[in-house]
Design a protein around this ligand. Sequence first.
Ligand SMILES: Nc1ncnc2c1ncn2[C@@H]1O[C@H](COP(=O)(O)OP(=O)(O)OP(=O)(O)O)[C@@H](O)[C@H]1O
Ligand SMILES: [Mg+2]
Length: 255
Amino acid sequence: MSGDNGRQPLLEGRNVSKFFGGLAALSQVDFAVYPNEVMGLIGPNGSGKTTLFDCLSRVQKISEGQVIFKGVDITDKKPYQVAHMGLSRTFQVIRVYRKMTVLENMLLSRQYGGQGLLKLFRPAPEETEGRARELIKFLLLDSVIHEKAGNLSGGQKRLLEIGMALMPDPDLILLDEATSGVNPTLVETIKDRIRELNTTYKKTFLLIEHNIHFIADLCSRVFVLNYGQKLAEGTPQEIMDNEAVIEAYFGAEGG
Ligand SMILES: Nc1ncnc2c1ncn2[C@@H]1O[C@H](COP(=O)(O)OP(=O)(O)OP(=O)(O)O)[C@@H](O)[C@H]1O
Ligand SMILES: [Mg+2]
């Protein structure tokens, strides 16, 4: 795809479609995420954002089209294979082990080797625990490191989930509504940590968000889905001024 000074995309979707029975949740979506950018993915409820993440992380089969990550066609790869290649994600509905502590959750992060229950019985290597502790500190969760995840606030759970996604040291992180259910102070913390991960640690992000201020503060580009189709793409300002986007979110004037 063109449009970014000829740079190769880190992740690229070509004509991606996803059908659930007769419903086209995604229709021929083309997009690209470039190395070291923070890109926003927005759209009204049910527009296909989470479905796109499911297709990219290979949790869902892609019906038609192709997904390329680091120049490799990952259309038919398994979730653990793309995770190994450096693509991590979080989920709209928080997935943490509520009865386990923050540290235990980090060590059990499903992307760190092993399959299913087996990994529960294998002690984490020392360097894995060291990395988990460093990330917990980085995410300002050290005061709750031994707290059960079920007792954390919404924002702390989101931070923990981001930490779990970071455990395998991915290059690209997909965050599905990282600020939903989060109090304003922790929204700022999450924003600040994403910015630091992007600028200092060169991580690339694709963020699904309903909080437009969050998008405007963090993202260089925004991609808009509506009814499973690409509606617009541009800078946050261009998107906020885009008539078609305003129409999709708020409906026709007087309608
Ligand atoms: N597993 C599934 N089976 C059938 N239909 C599905 C499935 N997952 C999603 N859909 C449908 O696909 C469409 C897109 O849903 P999706 O969850 O991707 O939207 P979204 O943009 O993430 O919405 P929201 O902002 O509410 O999270 C919706 O019509 C939804 O009902
Ligand atoms: Mg969603």
